[in-house]
Design a protein around this ligand. Structure first.
Ligand code: FEO
Length: 619
């Protein structure tokens, strides 16, 4: 018996549901079933929009025959030739041989590939129209949403968009047809997200192109090929598509996906989740060996942060984790912050390999510190887990709970702690500090400079005593600060930061020889302004000397923003590289540089990123 529903006076839903399908497209579980939607327009002419999957074609044919109520079918529009919407094409054309196919040229090619049909078609292209009496149908091409031939149709009379796969949802229609008949947000949004991300998630650019075209239309109703019809609050689903297609997260929160053979990697993931929750950060956790990848991919599109915790397996990433990451990369995941935990009882490699794979994605900010555990988490590593949680929290607004207040009274023996990551929140700039002693010019990179008074105009700088520039300032009392701008390349940091002026001419590769009135060189390239100063006081602070200095000259060179310490880390400093195969020795945990040798000198400084020996680990 037919089962049809009216949508408007002229449109009827003639689709059908399938709750027996084990795997949609052979890949995605659909525990709530799936609907195959088809729509019939009864105007002066009759028009059918797409057909259905073979699993439900008998019910569908009953529906079409019933809805036509004895009339002939004039047109069959094929918006999408994927077989879940076209398997009943031949049935319909056999039952209604005078019906004219309406499709684009790509679709016709697919029809010939999938079927033996020898039929003419009315070929349409962008902005072509079909008048059926009271209604005018406009054809809008939507290639790659989800296949190359996809087009959508806009009825300018009733303002309905027949959107093909766009705005679809997994899940059978359980008696309801309209999204406003159910609690969509609570009961179906997760499935709408899972449907979008897995079916068309890869094609964000093409979805945005369709959204732009749709934005120019007055749309009162959306009729997709799967799931509910939208007639109210259309912005609820459109706003999600805007975010998903731009690969922007819906909410701040952390997806923790872990692969654990004996529960020890899971343990690290659990501890991290606890530390994150203590910082008011939402977390969702998935065992990648248990949860289908489609659910984790959907979660990755929803939340802002991703943590991958994987054991090492056959010298690589654990199988199910590797599949998940490959899937995420192929779905074009981007604009996320990620952290990595690796486990390995004798040679942990999974972290570096995960980092390498994520490196193929656009705008994935990988937290520098990879937590590496050997077999199981040890008490000594809890601080490292806390540091990873703190680093994640540092990238999430409002993540830290308010400090406990005690009405201004100090609490003796209180639980005061120092989080070193807080120091990265200070809005440091980055500068080339230059000095001159006799004929010797020199310079170094510093991030510690600030104005302290206006009248007189004074600044303070703190300079490491190990720098040759420090000794020159002690001797001459004069220096210049070139304030670096955001376009400063990493090479400028290499030039002034990675060598000692004691045995190198830091200006040997400079194109310019500009000097300020005090005779000291400054760096005109990649600099937005220069401050020249004369020391009036200095203070010895162990490793550093703090110089207080009067400003003697200052001038602007560019209006470009100054580079901040945070900007440098996010945009200029090279990202850590996976460990270099074949090299043995000590590897820098920050940038992956390998020091080859049996022992690492205590005062060794990484030539790439300038971190010290404590940031190296034995390979
Ligand atoms: Fe529901 Fe792309 O087919």
């Amino acid at each position: 018996m037919y089962c049809i529903k009216n949508i408007t006076n002229d449109f009827i839903w003639v689709g059908a549901n399938d709750r027996r399908l084990a795997m949609f497209e052979g890949v995605y579980s659909v525990p709530g079933g799936v609907s195959y939607n088809s729509y019939l327009l009864k105007d002066e002419k009759t028009v059918l929009f797409d057909t259905v999957d073979k699993a439900v074609r008998h019910r569908f044919l009953e529906n079409v025959v019933s809805a036509l109520d004895g009339r002939q079918l004039d047109y069959l529009i094929v918006q999408h030739m994927e077989p879940d919407h076209s398997s009943a094409l031949e049935d319909i054309l056999t039952r209604y041989p005078k019906a004219k196919l309406v499709c684009n040229s790509k679709t016709l090619a697919f029809i010939k590939q999938f079927t033996e049909l020898e039929t003419d078609a009315l070929i349409v292209k962008e902005n072509d129209t079909l008048n059926t009496g009271r209604h005018t149908l406009h054809f809008v091409m939507a290639p790659m949403v989800h296949w190359p031939e996809v087009m959508v149709t806009y009825d300018s009379t009733d303002k309905i968009l027949f959107s093909a796969d766009a705005f679809g949802t997994f899940g059978a229609l359980n008696g309801a047809l309209f999204a406003d008949e159910v609690d969509f947000d609570k009961d179906y949004m997760d499935e709408a997200r899972r449907y979008y991300t897995n079916i068309v998630g890869k094609y964000g650019t093409q979805v945005q192109s369709l959204l732009n075209k749709a934005g120019a239309l007055e749309i009162r109703m959306i009729c997709p090929l799967h799931g509910f019809v939208w007639r109210k609050n259309l912005s609820a689903i459109i706003s999600k598509y805007v975010l998903w297609s731009a690969y922007q997260p819906e909410e701040d929160g952390v997806v923790i996906a872990y692969a654990s053979v004996y529960g020890n990697t899971e343990n690290a993931a659990e501890i991290l989740a606890c530390r994150l929750r203590e910082k008011n950060i939402k977390t969702v956790m998935f065992d990648v060996s248990v949860t289908p990848a489609s659910e984790i991919i959907a979660a990755a599109f929803r939340w802002s942060h991703l943590v991958f915790a994987s054991t090492t397996y056959n010298a690589g990433i654990f199988i199910s984790m590797e599949e998940l990451i490959n899937d995420l990369v192929s779905h074009n995941i981007q604009n996320r912050t990620a952290a990595i935990i690796e486990n390995g009882s004798w040679a942990a490699t999974s972290g570096g390999l995960i980092r390498e794979k994520l490196g193929k994605c656009k705008n994935i900010n990988i937290i520098e510190q990879t937590l590496s555990i050997k077999s199981s988490v040890k008490k000594s590593q809890l601080q490292e887990l806390e540091a990873v949680a703190a680093a994640i929290a540092g990238t999430i607004k409002d993540s830290f709970p308010q400090p406990v207040r005690n009405n201004g009274k100090s609490k003796e023996g209180g639980n005061a702690s120092v989080d070193p990551n807080v120091m990265f929140k200070l809005s440091y700039g980055l500068f080339v500090l230059t000095a001159k002693d006799g004929s010797k010019d020199n310079g170094c990179i510093t991030n510690t400079a600030m104005q302290i008074t206006v009248s007189p105009l004074r600044i303070a700088i703190a300079v490491n005593k190990a720098n040759f520039t420090h000794d020159m300032i002690i001797k001459t009392g004069l220096f210049n600060l070139s304030i670096l701008k955001e376009s400063a390349p990493f090479s400028i940091f290499e030039q002034f930061g990675f060598h000692s002026g004691r045995d190198t001419d830091k200006f040997s590769n400079s194109k310019y020889e500009d000097r300020a009135v005090n005779g000291i060189r400054y760096v005109p390239e990649y600099t937005n302004s220069v401050i020249c100063a004369k020391v009036c006081e200095s203070y010895d602070y162990g490793t550093h000397t703090v110089f207080i200095a009067d400003v003697t000259q200052s001038f602007m060179l560019s209006s470009e923003p100054s580079v901040t310490y945070q900007y440098y880390f996010a945009n200029i400093k090279p990202k850590p590289q996976p460990q270099q195969e074949g090299k043995k020795g000590f590897v820098c945990k920050i940038c992956g540089y390998v020091y080859e040798g049996a022992s690492l000198p205590e005062d060794y400084i990484c030539p790439l990123c300038k971190h010290g020996a404590t940031d190296f680990e034995k390979q």
